[in-house]
Design a protein around this ligand. Structure first.
Ligand SMILES: [Zn+2]
Length: 166
C-alpha cells in the first residue's frame, strides 16, 4: 500500500502553516485523511490584512487537496481564528483553505488548468475523482473570481491614470 511520500508531506508543510501535520489515516473508502493541528509556536496573521493577531479560538475545516497516486487526499485542519485589531475575529491566514470552497486553492487551480488543456471533461473528472458537475462548478467559480480580480486590477490602473491626468 502506498502512503503519501515524504516529498508530498514536505510540499504540504508551507501550505498548512500555522498548522502542522499531525496524523495520517487511510479510510476504507479509498482516501487519505491528514490531520493538521495548530502549532501554537507559530505566529498567526489576519486573513484579510495579513497583520499579526492573537489566537482567539479554533474551527475545524475539512478540505480536499490534490490526489496522491490513486487516492483522494483530505485535510482536516484545526484552523486558528484570530483577533485582528482592525477586522475583529477572523480565520488565520493560510494557504490550504480558502473561504470560497471546500477544495483547496491548489486543487481548484489544477482542475482549472487541466480543464482548458485538450481533454474530455468526463475523463478529467474521473482522474480527479470528482463528479463532473463539481468540476464544472469549480471551473466556473474560479473563472469568475479570476475575472473579478482582473477587472479590479484594471480599475486600479485606470484610477491611477485619472490621478495623473489631474
Ligand atoms: Zn485584519
Amino acid at each position: 500500500m502506498h502512503t503519501p511520500s515524504d516529498a508530498y508531506l514536505k510540499l504540504l508543510r508551507p501550505l498548512l502553516c500555522p498548522c502542522r501535520n499531525h496524523s495520517l489515516e487511510f479510510l476504507a473508502v479509498g482516501h487519505w485523511l491528514i490531520t493538521a493541528l495548530d502549532d501554537s509556536n507559530l505566529p498567526v496573521h489576519c486573513n484579510v490584512c495579513k497583520c499579526p493577531g492573537t489566537r482567539f479560538d479554533h474551527v475545524w475545516r475539512k478540505v480536499r487537496h490534490l490526489n496522491f497516486r490513486s487516492k483522494q487526499v483530505f485535510i482536516l485542519l484545526q484552523l486558528p481564528r484570530i483577533q485582528c485589531e482592525e477586522h475583529g475575529v477572523r480565520n488565520a491566514d493560510q494557504r490550504i483553505f480558502d473561504n470560497h470552497s471546500k477544495y483547496s486553492p491548489a486543487f481548484q487551480e489544477f482542475v482549472f488548468q487541466e480543464f482548458f488543456s485538450d481533454q474530455p471533461a468526463g475523463s478529467l473528472a474521473r482522474r480527479m475523482m470528482i463528479p463532473t458537475t463539481t468540476m464544472m462548478r469549480i471551473v466556473q467559480s474560479l473563472t469568475s473570481r479570476k475575472l473579478a480580480a482582473h477587472s479590479q486590477r484594471v480599475e486600479g490602473i485606470r484610477s491611477n491614470e485619472d490621478g495623473l491626468d489631474r
